[in-house]
Design a protein around this ligand. Sequence first.
Ligand SMILES: [Zn+2]
Length: 213
Amino acid sequence: MAEVRALIEGYRKFYARYYASGDPLYRDLAQHGQSPKTLIIACSDSRVDPSIITESGPGDIFVVRNVANLVPPYAPDVKTLHGVSAALEFAVRILEVRHVVILGHSSCAGIAALLEPGKTDNTDFIGMWVNIAAKAREKTLAERRPDEAPCETQHRCEKESILLSLSNLTGFPWIREKVEAGTLKLHGWYFSMDDGHLMEYDPRSGHFQAVKT
Ligand SMILES: [Zn+2]
């Protein structure tokens, strides 16, 4: 119970800061609705909370989190529950965000599971889910150097899966149209947890470049 009590204690501080203090922020957001300009698709990993990493406040970013920050292909004909696609549709078509960021990270357990398919043999959903990025695994393994350390292979696969998700985004017709019209921009970010660096994908060079700190 101690873990949950700590969260309730955190909530009390939140209430004191945003409501009891008279701060109008949440009341305004409740009355006028949200209008975030950016959708961030991040991993469920407890260490890579996009609000914390970007120091965003309430109402600033619309967030989708899932195992390994993956975007599935556009597949409206497949009758399954499209949680990520529904969130994408809401953010892009209803909220009309101007940016979509795929935020990947180092030490991603989802990508580790993708690289070692045997690990997920006994799972109900994880293996099937991370397999969305099977093409990223294939490309990573095909380009592996004989002397490459396993952590480097993992880092490359984490980045390849970001690029695959960016590519899957453009398979959604209402995303592709906005990107082509210049009203929506797609971004690939990679958070290196060990040293705290955030890297941005530069489509011109084809590399991830560290953001200056
Ligand atoms: Zn992860």
